[in-house]
Design a protein around this ligand. Structure first.
Ligand SMILES: [Zn+2]
Length: 159
């Protein structure tokens, strides 16, 4: 029980049939709803797929943004491999945010487009190439929430 730091229900340890079951706050929390952290295995990104036209969306919606279909969207695990679609080097940001950093958009193999920071390469437009192979990586964010919970974020880096 030593690792249980925060419990949303104080009586959870009395009713939990398996005391080894981890509470949510023992794991890093996903920084966005479409970042999935399974109990075992690697984290991954999950889009919602329109069963009518195949369009992928990173947020749940009541109708497809492409075809307007209203059939329930189906979860689809996204690839961790892709190519760099666009990038912008950020030189000015909020106080406390280290600059420069590279904000980027990547097209993932098999479908899906994500926006995040490109890491693992100098923020130098001479070194960053559109279309370069990238991979999605998952790291604990440097900041915690008010309860001390850690957050897992996703980035892309050159593959
Ligand atoms: Zn659709």
């Amino acid at each position: 029980m030593g690792r249980v730091r925060y419990s949303r229900k104080s009586s959870a340890h009395l009713t939990n049939p398996n005391p080894e079951t981890k509470h949510l706050s023992d794991q890093p929390l996903p920084i966005v709803p479409f970042l999935k952290i399974p109990d075992s295995g690697s984290p991954y990104l999950e889009a919602q797929k329109c069963p009518s036209c195949g369009a992928l969306s990173l947020r749940s919606r009541l109708a497809c943004g492409k075809c307007g279909g209203r059939k329930p969207l189906e979860p689809q695990r996204l690839s961790d491999k892709g190519t760099l679609h666009a990038f912008s080097i950020i030189y000015r940001a909020f106080p406390g945010i280290d600059v420069p950093f590279v904000s980027a958009i990547a097209d993932l193999d098999g479908g899906g487009t994500i926006k995040t920071n490109l890491i693992g390469i100098d923020a130098d437009p001479e070194k960053i190439k559109l279309g370069m192979d990238v991979e999605v990586v998952y790291e604990i964010a440097s900041r915690k929430d008010g309860e001390g919970n850690e957050y897992m974020a996703y980035f892309i880096k050159p593959a």
